[in-house]
Design a binder for this molecule. Structure first.
Ligand code: SME
Length: 170
């Protein structure tokens, strides 16, 4: 595996993220550990975007809440609960949630005061059920363009497509 991803940082951010999708697909191809793959996915997306926080929350089916998974950025809340926050809305609605201004989003969970806008995209297994969410925070208000969101959905799709092949043991 290449030690670095050949991302042209002179391209606009959405183009970098778009270019990342096939690279991410190749990066995830040979490994079956879900933990290793989500860790590399978070790193790749952070390198390409330089957003404030990029990571995953996984559905903990036993506790019926979301638990922090691999991420890049400042330390974050370890558990998120139904009915509260952007990640929970994406989980419960099975839809992408885009929040241009977190201060006016009812119930927003502020893990970092530097996060000003946010996008959360569901990750689905091959039955279409939400198994995790991709959460991206920006330190800039209204920072996400529709092209950014489209690129994030495509990256989440790469992960969703492989989810059922992964194992969660060390
Ligand atoms: N803001 C999220 C919580 C997770 S952090 O952004 C990393 C929410 O409202 O669900």
């Amino acid at each position: 595996m290449a030690e670095f991803l050949p991302i042209d940082m002179t391209l606009p951010r959405a183009s970098r993220l778009e270019a990342l999708a096939p690279m991410l697909s190749a990066l995830l191809e040979e490994e079956t550990s879900g933990w290793a793959n989500l860790a590399n996915a978070a790193s790749a997306m952070m390198s390409a975007s330089r957003w404030h926080w990029v990571g995953f929350y996984l559905i903990d089916a036993h506790q019926d809440n979301l638990v922090l998974g691999p991420f890049q950025g400042p330390v974050a809340c370890t558990r998120l609960f139904r009915g509260k926050g952007v990640c929970a809305v994406a989980w419960e609605s099975n839809e992408t949630v885009q929040v241009p201004d977190v201060e006016v989003f009812p119930g927003h969970v502020a893990c970092s005061s530097a996060s000003l806008s946010e996008v959360v995209v569901p990750i689905r297994n091959n039955h279409g059920d939400v198994v995790a969410v991709l959460d991206v925070d920006s330190a800039v208000k209204a920072d996400f363009t529709s092209d950014d969101v489209k690129a994030l959905e495509s990256l989440a799709g790469v992960i969703s497509a492989r989810w059922n092949q992964w194992t969660w043991q060390p």
